[in-house]
Design a binder for this molecule. Structure first.
Ligand code: KG4
Ligand code: ZN
Length: 348
């Protein structure tokens, strides 16, 4: 609808410089510049390299987004920006840019939580989120289960990883198998040719004794170690490593635990909507398994299309639009870049 506010979102928390523009739940532009290739040879994101890349990309990405949407900065009603969590120097570039644009064009600015934005982006594809919903966030830095009663006001954490994030496990196992960084998409691709039942890898925190204290928590470091040991054993014996089978069996273990715990949270809270967001939500096996298992319980699974699961500016704009529609007040112009922004703080 033309009378809904036009919101611009800026994302710079990790290695993607993103600027998205939305009107209500309609995506108008999603411009992205990635520094991922510059980090690949280090096997992980190098903070200083990421900050510099954001600095170079922010203005051109902004211009590209405005052009793609066919609007000017004067047409924008509010600017949303990732305030945290993320890499401090990287966040600072986006926050400083947002303040500059907001001040120059006299627009309100909303400092928002990157993780809540991973949930909000789904509204661009599937419309308003029913309340309450269970959200599962699975990215390179986070793995959490949340109860979402009102995304504009806050979320209730139910559980989180006690060691590695799901994406981190994908990246580390990929490295072990000699696959490029970031490993998630490569494992996903390799796994298609592999047999998920070929190796029985452990499912962390699913034993009855662990479920008492860690019902909705995750642990992937034991799985990572089990994969490392298995691969080492093969190499020591001078046998070839069946990369596709290892990838498939590892991926199956991760997806089994994630979907099992997320659907348990839905059933135990009497909630029939599960939203999955974050980079790992792009995983084809996770999407398929979650959909199949949810059907049995009459639970609807919502996942944004893969391109919107990984970091982008549209997700920040989507959360900004949701906050504006809910009447949430803008942030102060001295809003912080907070690398450790808690999950429960949706906007600063
Ligand atoms: O949300 P995101 O883009 O950045 C963070 O906020 O961390 O997530 C990046 C993570 C990486 O660990 C990457 O390997 C993983 O998402 N990822 C995937 C897939 N695509 C990206 N993991 C599994 N399967 C995929 N298809
Ligand atoms: Zn992210």
């Amino acid at each position: 609808m033309a009378d809904e506010p036009l919101i611009l979102g800026i994302e710079t928390s990790c290695d993607e410089t993103g600027v998205g523009i939305v009107r209500g739940h309609t995506l108008l532009a999603d411009a992205l510049a990635s520094s991922v290739d510059e980090h690949a040879r280090f096997g992980g994101v190098v903070p200083e390299v990421a900050s510099r890349a954001h600095l170079e990309a922010i203005v051109p990405t902004m211009d590209r987004a405005l052009r793609a949407a066919g609007v000017t900065l004067a047409d924008i009603d509010a600017i949303a920006v990732t305030s945290g969590p993320g890499l401090a120097g990287a966040l600072l570039v986006g926050v400083a840019a947002a303040k500059g644009y907001a001040l120059a064009a006299e627009k309100p600015v909303y400092g928002v939580n990157h993780l809540a934005a991973h949930v909000a982006v789904d509204t661009l594809e599937h419309g308003p989120l029913p309340a309450p919903a269970i959200a599962m966030l699975v990215s390179g830095g986070h793995s959490s289960l949340l109860r979402v009663d009102d995304l504009a006001r806050g979320v209730t954490p139910l559980g989180a990883t006690i060691d590695d994030a799901a994406g981190e496990a994908f990246d580390k196992v990929a490295r072990l198998l000699g696959l490029p960084f970031p490993g998630g998409p490569y494992i996903d691709r390799e796994a298609r040719a592999g047999d998920p039942a070929s190796i029985a890898f452990p499912r962390g925190l699913t034993a009855a004794k662990d479920l008492v204290a860690h019902r909705y928590d995750f642990s992937f470091s034991g799985l990572k170690t089990a994969v490392a040991r298995w691969v080492e054993g093969r190499r020591r014996a001078g046998e070839p490593v069946p990369v596709a089978d290892v990838a498939a069996a590892f991926q199956e273990a991760v997806c089994d635990v994630l979907t099992g715990k997320a659907l348990a949270a839905c059933r135990e809270h009497g909630i029939d909507t599960l939203v999955i967001g974050g980079g790992v939500a792009a995983n084809s096996r996770l999407r398929a398994m979650a959909g199949q298992r949810a059907q049995r319980y009459g639970i609807r699974v919502r996942t944004p299309r893969p391109g919107l699961c990984t970091d982008n500016g549209a997700m920040v704009a989507a959360l900004g639009a949701h906050l504006v529609a809910a009447g949430v007040r803008p942030s102060r112009l001295d809003l912080p870049a907070d690398s450790a922004l808690p999950l429960t703080t949706v906007s600063v």
